[in-house]
Design a binder for this molecule. Structure first.
Ligand SMILES: [Zn+2]
Length: 69
């Protein structure tokens, strides 16, 4: 499950949230309730766009038919 870095615009609290790829992004700070922004490309430098899951699928199923979607 991917984790996202968030930064609060109000109190500058930074935290990570583990969310499903389909979960809606958080929009409020757990400490002060202020607006937060999601930091992309931080931490491990991984950006999850869904294609990564496809690549994993492809490697695991290279002996069977390849999905074209
Ligand atoms: Zn905050």
């Amino acid at each position: 499950m991917p984790n996202y870095d968030y930064l609060c615009n109000d109190c500058e609290h930074r935290f990570e949230a583990f969310q499903s790829i389909t979960a809606e992004p958080l929009n409020s700070c757990p400490l002060c309730g202020g607006k937060i922004q999601r930091l992309l490309g931080s931490g491990g430098g991984l950006i999850f766009k869904g294609s990564g899951f496809y690549i994993t699928d492809y490697k695991n199923q290279k002996k069977s038919s390849i999905h074209t979607t």
